[in-house]
Design a protein around this ligand. Structure first.
Ligand code: CA
Ligand code: CA
Ligand code: CA
Ligand code: CA
Length: 297
């Protein structure tokens, strides 16, 4: 019985504390929709980060750091996330370098996966996740990265730390949002020789008649290249191509450079201000602690 009355009191305490803390916290929902055609490319779970302008994931024409290689080849965001939260950038003074920035604390990130079926985000699918960020500058800029399937090392990411500024949401009412398309250009990371035989996710495309696929992380021949935009036919140079890649109508649907099929790129991202629940969950424990202190005092 003590527990019941305690939690009821705690809720009242949380509501009061939430108002005070909420003046610098911003709760947002990040929603991503794969806007490609049915039968089109998937994107692996989208890594998203909130930073102060100090994190640059890549530059076209430069080699990439391991964190981005793991995203581009395996859809694995763990190394990127650890580096990001640790305060690193992947580009420094125009060079490919993993360097500690001035922002060694306060970044927020996450990876948004499909909650049903395979983790990659299918054409037409929408997934979302809630984030509690600071509206004081340390989380002002939004970053993202994801692998494109099928491929060996194709990725989408913002190449500028300042590409997506969230400051207009700082004092905006609940429901306010910023929305934009991503993946109008797709990059080859330059880390793996393009080969259907060493790419993950081929099982998502039975209609393409691909034989084989990646057997484990980092599977494939090193390309020792640099990031380049993919123009023209995306899969023309792939090793172990299905014999009918040029004539199979299903294969045309993964040509993300076709403006008629992908008029807005690969995906749409919406960042929306949401009310209380996120911050309540985040500070719930703190509210309870404060209440106990008050009762003892
Ligand atoms: Ca850059
Ligand atoms: Ca490649
Ligand atoms: Ca590799
Ligand atoms: Ca591979």
């Amino acid at each position: 019985m003590r527990l019941v009355s305690c939690s009821r009191l705690a809720l009242a305490g949380v509501a009061a504390v939430g108002t005070a803390v909420g003046s610098h916290a911003l709760d947002v929902q990040v929603e991503v929709t794969n806007v490609g055609p049915a039968g089109g490319v998937y994107i692996t779970p989208l890594w998203v980060g909130f930073q102060d302008g100090s994190f640059d994931s890549y530059n076209g024409g430069l080699a990439v750091q391991e964190g981005l290689e793991r995203v581009a080849e395996d859809g694995n965001t763990a190394v990127l996330s650890a580096d990001f939260l640790g305060g690193y950038t992947y580009v420094d003074s125009g060079s490919n370098a993993r360097v500690l920035t001035s922002q060694t604390a306060g970044r927020v990130d996450g990876t948004i996966a499909s909650p049903t079926g395979p983790p990659p985000i299918a054409p037409g699918e929408t997934v979302s996740q809630l984030f509690s960020i600071d509206a004081n500058g340390s989380n002002r800029y939004f970053s993202y990265a994801s692998m494109v399937l099928p491929s060996s090392d194709y990725f989408i990411a913002n190449g500028s730390a300042f590409a997506h500024d969230l400051s207009s949401l700082y004092n905006a009412p609940s429901g306010s949002e910023i929305t934009f398309f991503i993946g109008q250009t797709v990059n080859d990371a330059g880390t793996e020789v393009n080969d259907f035989g060493t790419g993950p996710g081929n099982g998502l495309f039975p209609q393409l008649n691909i034989v084989g696929g990646q057997s484990g992380p980092n599977d494939g021949v090193d390309e020792n290249g640099v990031v380049r935009n993919i123009d023209g036919i995306p899969y023309g140079g792939f090793l172990n191509s299905p014999a009918d890649l040029d004539t199979n109508p299903a294969a045309a649907l993964i040509d993300f450079n076709r403006g008629d099929l992908y008029p807005n790129g690969l995906a749409q991202v919406t960042i929306r201000v949401v009310p209380e629940p996120g911050s309540l969950a985040a500070i719930g424990l703190g509210g309870l602690v404060m209440l106990r202190r008050r009762r003892r005092a």
